[in-house]
Design a protein around this ligand. Sequence first.
Ligand code: NDP
Length: 445
Amino acid sequence: MKFDAKAFLMAVSQKNTNESEFVQAVEEVILSLEGYLNDNPVYLQDKILERLVEPERVIMFRVPWVDDGGNVQVNRGFRVQFNSAIGPYKGGLRFHPTVNLSILKFLGFEQIFKNSLTGLSLGGGKGGSDFDPRGKTDAEVMRFSQSFMSELYRHIGPNIDVPAGDIGVGSREIGYLFGQYKKLTKDFSGTLTGKGLGWGGSNIRTEATGYGVVYFAEEMLKRVNQSLNGKSILISGSGNVAQFAAEKVMQLGGKVLTMSDSDGVIYAKEGLSEDVLTHVKQIKNLDRGRIKEVAEKYGIEYLVGNNPWMIKADVALPCATQNEISGADARGMVSNGVGLVVEGANMPSTPEAIEVFKENKILFAPGKASNAGGVAVSGLEMSQNSVRLSWSRDEVDEKLKIIMKGIHDQAVKYGAQDGRVDYVVGANIAGFKRVADSILAQGLV
Ligand code: NDP
């Protein structure tokens, strides 16, 4: 039996009309698995692939809440419980006006492979709402989060589904969600991760995704006898992932030239200082302001528009959102000397951009491998909650490094060809194999 990827993808696309992001994510995985599947036909039996692209369950619900003006507002909530072959569903919640089923299915699908790569017992899921926390007061965010959890609590639990944060869901939102979950269930459990350190959270969880991205980049460079020390780095975004990627790059001697938000980019030719980064954290996490304010305070160049990819640099770490690097951006990056692209966000590179990186032999890591540090430390938070212990920063950081190295090594194992590594192929095969073997072992469920 020969696997026909094109026909398979056509069927997925016809069945999931209007879900372009989901179809894009499936395409990236399936095309890179084609050769492996033909060499290992055991994975073509029992419709494993057809089962893998169909979520086990999708929950969609109304979220009514009252704003500060006393007006009733209605948002839509989702939880996509995609695949539980290797553990309870695990994946973040995103609160952003662009959230829809396609985006959450793409994120949930990616999460299956990412979680598998960590080596931990974590299935794939994702959820969120089209609620926009921007411009809302704390009281409004709390009332929305409580209403959201008033439905979601029925569907989650420490051994069922363990949500965490994502875009628009940080420590404030996790706090409100956890409080409401506890009130409704009377159960203080590890059902959400990203909790505060005083109430069940793990050291390094806040930093984990960004730090993990940089540990992964260092592993890739080490393989070719290089390091980040002295290199110039473009970072997009200024949220959780971007902030801690920037912090770790600076600690390792790299120069962070840019950070951004959806309005514009700050650009420092000689590199952003630690003081500036501290101010970015203050503005973004506490004042909930715009990155332009950082440029104004420190006299840093500010480029209107949300894209740093036209700037000359050695390395790019896209840490904002999906499809933020177009084919044209990628060509610009190549001609500007970028030799390494490591994804912090989920699917920030369009398929055309990935093609450009491939053609030009740019070292490229897909998010499902390089940004897995966040979910990995969430997994460690679940373990600490289960045994009611709290590990030190150093202990968790060490485990994170080991996990990122393990993911890198698996991607190399399955993606090496003629002395080069295709990290997309390597990560997809390694992530797929563990899940597919588990699906086969568990029968038709
Ligand atoms: P945050 O909400 O903390 O930050 C998001 C950042 O991206 C902000 O600077 C935001 O700017 C910018 N951004 C969001 N949407 C857009 C857009 N449409 N165009 C331009 N900029 C945009 O989110 P995180 O840092 O947590 O997440 C960033 C990415 O990393 C996402 O793709 C997420 O899925 C991924 N990720 C996150 C993990 C985590 O642990 N948090 C784990 C693994 C992956 P603005 O303020 O203007 O909206």
